[in-house]
Design a binder for this molecule. Sequence first.
Ligand SMILES: Cc1ncc(COP(=O)(O)O)c(C=O)c1O
Length: 366
Amino acid sequence: MTVLDSRARSALRGLENYQPGKPIEEVKRQRKLSSVIKLASNENALGPSPKAMAAVRQALASVHRYPDAQVTLLRDRLSKKLRVDPASLVVGNGSDELIVLALRAFVDPGEEVVVARPTFLIYEIQARACGATVRIVPLKDYRYDLTAMKLAISPHTKLVFIANPDNPTGTYVTKKELRAFLNGLPASVLIVMDEAYYEFVRAADYPQTLSLIQDYPILVTRSFSKAYGLAGLRVGYGIAQPSVIGAMNAVREPFNVNGLAQAAAVAALDDRAFLERTRGLLSEGRRYLMKELAALRIRVVPSVTNFLLLELGHGASTIAEQLLACGVIVREMRAWQLPHCLRVTIGTMPENRRFIRELKRCLSSP
Ligand SMILES: Cc1ncc(COP(=O)(O)O)c(C=O)c1O
């Protein structure tokens, strides 16, 4: 728990800080290891898109200038690709920032926000930091329970967060489930559809939410951090009706997306080959890990994303610690109240093999 100044806003009291995955360099230094792999933050195993790297090199010469506050070029490219009006697009410093902008734009202190549990932790942390009252709806067998979430909506509810697919489970809400949820919602609620892993999903019954924006109060958020490999540059975008985007722009800082990030994102959008290689590697890695984990009799939650949630029983955090000691960073899940689970990002094939090798060693050690 962090020390909190007595003058800090009362909403911040008792708030847990978000605990990110451990950085590779820190683990190398602390554990005196020369080789460490990180399978803890759902990053792209292939590294950044080569086209994006070239664009960053070129953009470096202009870092003495402020970036384009309107993010014009990227919004223009996205508008053509997604066939939406540029006025329906807002770009953020990661899709994380869009979550914060939505809260700042729509939720007054004391109003309600509905979130699932376990899900992406930022929704609850940031909603509480805004002074919102958070209504928690448990998942059902690792899946969002939209029927229960709809029942949790009251006249005081302003936002509902739906991670689709969900993190940390990797499961998704279907078209049919989403339609049933959206029908008959009060006009006072905005639904945030967080699609940070959108590009990975291949399921036929996964909802295409952009077609719903005209008719329903939806903000869709997506990320360049995952499929496009730009987590370190921080770019995400939101799509909604222009009035929703207008409210978010009212609370957005003018230079929230830096120039290198803007250039990289524009180039990455065009890098079809990189996206295809990313998807190919993901399918191969997922197939391999599922087979190996099944042979070890470990239950894995079916995932449409680039990570897997493993049920390991009461020794899960000890195993995470043992894996760390041999240079494999995975995510232990106590912060999500899943102490029996580990979350592992699907890596390159050598990384996946190393993870399985070390996991077998941990499981067989007394
Ligand atoms: C469900 C979900 N939403 C949003 C994010 C944030 O992504 P970004 O890097 O775009 O801020 C993540 C990151 O892990 C995530 O898992």
